[in-house]
Structures are given as structure tokens and as C-alpha cells.
Design a protein around this ligand. Structure first.
Ligand SMILES: [Zn+2]
Length: 167
């Protein structure tokens, strides 16, 4: 079921999400389904963390098409960034929970992350580009951090454009 995406002034976006102890339980399966339904129906959405639908648990998903392209799981349970490149790049970023606001943020160019997939199996991924940015954005969400905490050059847009991918 599509859920409403929680925005800025809600506490749930500001607390640290809890580690999931039973990744294959029915309640987690239901959360994954709701998150997928929500992301699919959200224009420009490329990623979604559970706190954004009001659930303070360590899980995020990425767009299923992107996951397919990269041949990885779209579900990241208990994700951890295990390595970060020294090099950073300044990227434009927005957030589904902060509508109409964008800014520039320095992200590590390459990250290595590990997580469990929806079947409870651990996987590791080393990535750059859009996925590296999404992973860093989502892991921040699970720690109660929003991009506006770190961004510079914050600006508003009246009308969202297609290029403004958000998570
Ligand atoms: Zn976000």
C-alpha cells in the first residue's frame, strides 16, 4: 500500500532507526511492500528509507529499475557503509521529505556498503555515481540526518523538474 511520505517537522525523521533482528519476518515483508508501492508511485523518487513512511527501522530501498540495471538487491536491511573513498564530489541533492528544496552536498565518490537483502542474505557492494549518492543519503536518514543539515547553497524550486531525482 502506498503510504504518505513524512516531511520535515516530524520527529521520526530525526531519531536513529532501530536495527532489524528478524529481516525475513512478515512485518518486515509488509514494510518492504509498502515502501516499494510508495516509491513506485512517487515521481522522481529513486530511494526511500523506512523513517520516511514513519517506521523507525533500519531499512531502505532503491528504485527497482535501477537495482535491476545494476543487478543488485533493491532492499537494504541493516545497511552499513564499510569503506569510503578519500575523494569527495559536490553534488546537487534533494529529498522526498524536504519538498521543493535543493542544495549542494559533498559526498564520497566511492563507497562500499554491506546490507541484508529481503531474504536475509548479506551482500556487499562497491559503487560510485548515483547509487553511491543514494546509499549515503539513505544511511543518513537511518541515523536521523537530513541533507539540509550538511548542504550549502540551498535553493527552492517552485516546480519540480524531471532531472531532480530524490530519495
Ligand atoms: Zn531523503
Amino acid at each position: 500500500m502506498k503510504k504518505e511520505i513524512i516531511t520535515l517537522n516530524n520527529e521520526v525523521l530525526r531519531v536513529k532507526a532501530e536495527k532489524i533482528s528478524e529481516p525475513t519476518s512478515l512485518s518486515i515483508k509488509a514494510i518492504i511492500k509498502n515502501m516499494r508501492d510508495t516509491l513506485k508511485k512517487t515521481p522522481n523518487g529513486v530511494g526511500l528509507a523506512a523513517p520516511q513512511i514513519g517506521i523507525s527501522q533500519k531499512i531502505f530501498i532503491i528504485d527497482q529499475k535501477l537495482a535491476k540495471q545494476l543487478q543488485i538487491s533493491d532492499v537494504f536491511i541493516n545497511p552499513e557503509i564499510t569503506r569510503r573513498s578519500f575523494r569527495k564530489e559536490k553534488l546537487e541533492e534533494g529529498c522526498l521529505s524536504v519538498p521543493g528544496i535543493y542544495g549542494f552536498i559533498k559526498r564520497h565518490k566511492i563507497v562500499e556498503a554491506k546490507a541484508l537483502n529481503e531474504f536475509g542474505q548479506e551482500f556487499t557492494i562497491k559503487t560510485s555515481g548515483l547509487l553511491a549518492q543514494i546509499i549515503q543519503h539513505e544511511v543518513d536518514h537511518l541515523g536521523g540526518i537530513l541533507f539540509i543539515d550538511k548542504a550549502t547553497g540551498i535553493f527552492k524550486v517552485e516546480k519540480e523538474k524531471q532531472r531532480n531525482l530524490k530519495s
